[in-house]
Design a protein around this ligand. Structure first.
Ligand code: G5P
Ligand code: MG
Length: 222
């Protein structure tokens, strides 16, 4: 049997992990697993996990490792045998090490986008919570303002996109990402993609993945 391909996508809050992931899954057979989307779905459904996680998320803090590791590993188990793309996990070296033990990954793709660009983007982000679809009023506006393109349901702004939470998320990111990148560098699977826009970053991501997987379509346009 051909081994499945497993990747993580790393990057600051608002760097475009969700945006690039949705392009990847349109072009390659990979399942998108977003730790943030999973948590936001728990919050939407008012589960005990969601109510607990919300306390951390609204303040821009990380949810404790023990909670996140359990949530993500059980999601990965459901996808065993498939190619997957993990977005938002790992956030700490401990998460990276445990993930690697349970499911050795093939690629760690890090999106590098300047912080001044990010702050502006996040203020203009609108999301469809049940699906995790992401819009931006400047970049990829919904067809009808305020409504999801697929379901027609209402879009909302994330509770943690308030300016004070965003600053906190960027501060935490700056402190915690270094050891995660170091870990993947040591494993020899770190790949960095820099740019000010997702359109600038996308062609190099596509080319890189093409060296590992056959695309569903050779057409890079999204
Ligand atoms: P999340 O959900 O993982 P973050 O903070 O890592 O959240 P976020 O905010 O979801 O990341 P993103 O996915 O990197 O950002 O970016 P995106 O949504 O695709 O793009 C941001 C905006 O910019 C969108 O509006 C998009 O349309 C627009 N955009 C994209 N490209 C361009 C462009 O080129 N130009 C322009 N103009 N716009 C563009 O985690 C949330 C919280 O959950 C918890 C934590 O509390 C975390 O804060 N959590 C965890 N805690 C512990 N451990 C973990 N592993 C955790 N995972 C989640
Ligand atoms: Mg995201």
């Amino acid at each position: 049997m051909i081994k499945s391909f497993r990747a993580v996508i790393l990057g600051a809050p608002g760097s475009g992990k969700g945006t690039i992931s949705s392009r990847i899954v349109r072009k390659f057979e990979m399942k998108h697993i977003s730790s943030g989307d999973i948590l936001r779905n728990h919050i939407l459904n008012k589960t005990p996990l969601g109510l607990d996680a919300k306390k951390y998320m609204d303040k821009g803090q990380l949810v404790p490792d023990e909670v996140m590791i359990g949530v993500v590993l059980s999601e990965i188990e459901k996808s065993s045998g498939n190619n997957w793309l993990l977005d938002g996990f790992p956030r700490t070296r401990k998460q990276a090490e445990i993930l690697y033990k349970k499911a050795p990954i093939d690629a760690a793709m890090n999106l590098v986008v300047p912080f001044d660009v990010i702050i502006d983007r996040i203020q203009k982000r609108w999301v469809h919570l049940p699906s995790g679809r992401v819009y931006n009023i400047d970049f990829n506006a919904p067809k009808t303002p305020g409504l999801d393109d697929v379901t027609g349901e209402k879009l909302v702004q994330r509770d943690d996109d308030k300016p004070e939470s965003v600053q906190k998320r960027l501060d935490i990111y700056s402190k915690t990402l270094g050891p995660v990148l170091e870990f993947y560098k040591e494993e020899g699977i770190l790949e960095e993609f820099s740019g000010r826009t997702s359109d600038e970053i996308w062609p190099s991501v596509f080319k890189y993945l093409q060296s590992h997987l056959t695309p569903i379509t050779q057409d890079i346009k999204v």
